[in-house]
Design a protein around this ligand. Structure first.
Ligand SMILES: [Fe+2]
Ligand SMILES: [Fe+2]
Length: 362
């Protein structure tokens, strides 16, 4: 078989006995390029210069025996994947076992048969090549997956923003409300110590928590003055409508359930199900606090903005009754101690979209 010189695999022979070296060279020279090292330290020096595709390693050598050479090769990430075949006069099973323990892939006893050596070398070279190809493919695949994931992530963000905008366009007074709620809810969750992943869920659910208002007549949403009970009933439907809109979106988080529960209250006085305490998702409890805080502190068609202090006092008075105590405490600390301010303060009209969520960057 003809070989292009550079394509022929490089095999390093490590042996202190010239006769053995000659035999191995004659056995392999037709198929392989060959390197020779006459002892352990020289073998290690050789692989420091160039990486062979396979190493044939004698065990009994002066200075450093083959086990130790092999151990060193396996410790170095550069040389760890080079297959090592022991070729030795030691025939005890214990010696062979030791050879495999230090990381060899095969073990040939002397006197060897040329055909057997050729066959085993060929097999292990083929295995190594397959491994390398698999690794290379994996790297390419991982890169592709990372690219696609980033793309999907961007699309998801854009889609959610578009959905949030769609619902807010009809309701200019609360435009930006969902953004600000998402922002504050994430800050609260982070302060409580939620994982990054759950904070992401809160971010998305916060951005969409009032999407169900798309079903509430504009005349009610924008009407100045106190609402009638019947009108409130129409507004209350938005939790369920939000759930219905989101429930078929396949995501790793219970987004639809969080949205469904954002008006539930600890004492069971909330809607739509009147859930209590631990029956309410922690994510929904946090959004409830952020929602109340944002709504209380900003302007509404039926009243002027009441201000941060008023909103905080309200929250504190309902702490443990309507609102989760940890979430309230975190919210109060954010405003009182950390000077929290809503970044997404501007209305989210299309040409004035706030920048990406600062709230998620750490
Ligand atoms: Fe709501
Ligand atoms: Fe809301």
């Amino acid at each position: 078989m003809m070989h292009n010189n550079s394509k022929r695999p490089l095999v390093l022979i490590v042996d202190d006995n010239p006769t053995n070296i000659d035999l191995l060279v004659n056995t392999l020279k037709a198929d392989c390029r060959l390197g020779i090292a006459k002892n352990g330290p020289k073998a290690l020096a050789y692989v420091g210069e160039q990486l062979p595709d396979l190493i044939l390693l004698d065990i009994m050598m002066p200075d450093m025996n083959g086990y130790e050479v092999c151990t060193r090769l396996k410790e170095d990430p550069r040389t760890r994947d080079i297959p090592v075949i022991f070729i030795t006069a030691l025939v005890e099973p214990a010696h062979k076992t030791r050879g495999f323990e230090v990381g060899a892939v095969d073990y040939i006893t002397k006197p060897f048969h040329a055909g057997e050596v050729r066959a085993r070398v060929k097999t292990h070279l083929a295995l190594k090549r397959m491994n390398e190809e698999l690794n290379a493919q994996n790297i390419v695949l991982e890169k592709k997956v990372a690219e696609k994931t980033a793309e999907l992530e961007e699309m998801l963000q854009a889609t959610i923003r578009a959905m949030a905008l769609t619902s807010e366009v009809r309701d200019p007074y609360t435009a930006g409300h969902q953004q600000r709620v998402a922002e504050l809810a994430c800050a609260i969750a982070r302060k409580i110590g939620f994982s990054k992943d759950r904070i992401r869920a809160i971010h998305f659910a916060g951005l969409l928590h009032d999407i169900g208002k798309i079903r509430v007549p504009v005349s009610i949403l924008n009407r100045p003055g106190k609402l009638l009970e019947a009108e409130f009933d129409l507004i209350r439907v938005h939790s369920q409508t939000g759930y219905d809109i989101l429930k078929h979106i396949h995501s790793p988080w219970p987004l639809a359930e969080i949205v469904l529960q954002h008006h539930e209250r600890l004492d069971g006085s909330g809607y739509p199900m009147g859930l209590k305490e631990d029956a309410i998702l922690p994510e929904a409890k946090i959004i409830a606090v952020a929602d109340a805080m944002e709504a209380e502190s900003s302007f509404r068609p039926y009243r002027p903005a009441l201000g941060i202090d008023h909103a905080l006092a309200e929250l504190i008075s309902k702490r443990g009754v309507l609102f989760d105590p940890h979430a309230v405490d975190a919210c109060v600390a954010l405003f009182k101690e950390e000077n929290f301010q809503f970044v997404a303060g501007r209305p989210t009209i299309l040409e004035n979209l706030p920048d990406a969520d600062l709230s998620l960057q750490e």
